[in-house]
Design a binder for this molecule. Structure first.
Ligand code: DON
Length: 326
């Protein structure tokens, strides 16, 4: 397979324009998420893509600079911050590392599995446990600040902010997440001294951070380079240096492969063959290790919560440019 790598050369603007043209019709096959009422106002036919290359290149097309909320893509950042703070042993004593065949907001396995911890950190229950670690000591604001600082350093802009309307909408309607959190406190997965409402607040705010496709492509490239420096500043320093060790980048990457696209992770990896993480607002971050970071926005999503047109664009890119990892 690999001798056919990169058969079509480098990914340029023309290739991206053609992808948008070819796959925009597929936005009709998905639906904008409306269980968070504020998300229902999104244009269902929006579609954008950005690609950041290891050589420092950046190309984008379509609605690539439209802002949207991170939603579940925040889960890779919060996992990374928790792994940095607590180390893999403590983190994985609270949350598993196995894929889930249930929807992202399912509660069922929390009671039926012998180990009560959530299956992985990419489903809501798992990410809420991670948020409980980051809000420990009664300091959720500091936890959010660290998440924002990490993202800011990776994307190179420090005006990252919470979309207040989406945050309030999530907070008002987030009773499934509330149920997951209180259930996990009752079984001891969330520590007894943790304030569940503070934990949820941190989780909702992290999901409501605003980004665009260019930001996501930079996050993808950051993982593609295992957290190593991609671009030095004029003074020779590097904003992304030291955020994460290659080992932790490798752990997050592996969890993205097995669980990043929820209960469609197996099918996605078979077809696209790249680590990726989606969110219900229609974002996808994906990357080709040592080569490219991809950021996608296509808010019409499928039943699993993944952008319909976005997944197809990645499948096309992977095939055309020989990116499949296997
Ligand atoms: O908690 C929720 O349901 C949302 N804030 C995030 C879910 C999500 O993005 C799942 N994605 N596909």
């Amino acid at each position: 397979m690999k001798e056919n790598a990169n058969p079509a050369g480098i990914i340029g603007k023309d290739a991206l324009a053609e992808l948008i043209r070819r796959y925009r019709p597929y936005t009709k096959q998905g639906k904008v998420a409306d269980y968070i009422p504020e998300l229902a106002y999104t244009n269902p036919h929006a579609l954008g893509i950005a690609v950041a290359g290891a050589d420092g290149s950046l190309v984008h097309e379509g609605d690539a600079t439209t802002r949207f909320t991170l939603q579940s893509i925040s889960k890779i950042i919060t996992l990374m911050v928790a792994l940095n703070d607590y180390g893999p042993e403590r983190v994985f004593s609270k949350v598993g590392m196995e894929p889930s065949v249930d929807p992202f907001n399912s509660i069922v396995k929390l009671e039926t599995l012998d180990q009560k911890k959530p299956l992985n950190p990419m489903i809501n229950a798992g990410a809420i446990v991670i948020a409980s670690l980051l809000s420990a000591g009664g300091n959720p604001d500091e936890g959010l600040q660290r998440i924002c600082d990490t993202i800011s350093r990776i994307i190179g802009r420090n005006d990252i902010r919470v979309d207040q309307k989406v945050y309030q909408s999530e907070r008002k309607t987030g009773d499934r997440n509330r149920a997951l959190a209180y259930f996990m406190k009752s079984t001891g997965v969330i520590d007894a001294d943790v304030d569940v409402e503070e934990t949820l607040d941190l989780y909702f705010k992290a999901c409501s951070l605003e980004v665009d496709c260019v930001d996501l492509a930079k996050i993808g490239l950051f993982f593609a380079m295992w957290g190593k420096c991609v671009q030095k500043q004029d003074d020779g320093t590097c904003l992304t240096e030291g955020i994460v060790s290659p080992r932790i980048a490798q752990i997050v990457t592996t969890i993205m492969i097995t669980s990043g696209m929820y209960n469609h992770s197996g099918e996605f990896f078979l077809k696209v063959g790249l680590p990726a993480k989606s969110g219900v607002s229609g974002g996808i971050v994906a990357f080709a290790p040592n080569r490219y970071g991809f950021g996608i926005f296509g808010p019409a999503i499928d039943a699993a919560g993944n952008s319909v047109a976005g997944v197809r664009m990645l499948e096309d890119l992977s095939r055309t440019f020989g990116l499949h990892l296997v």
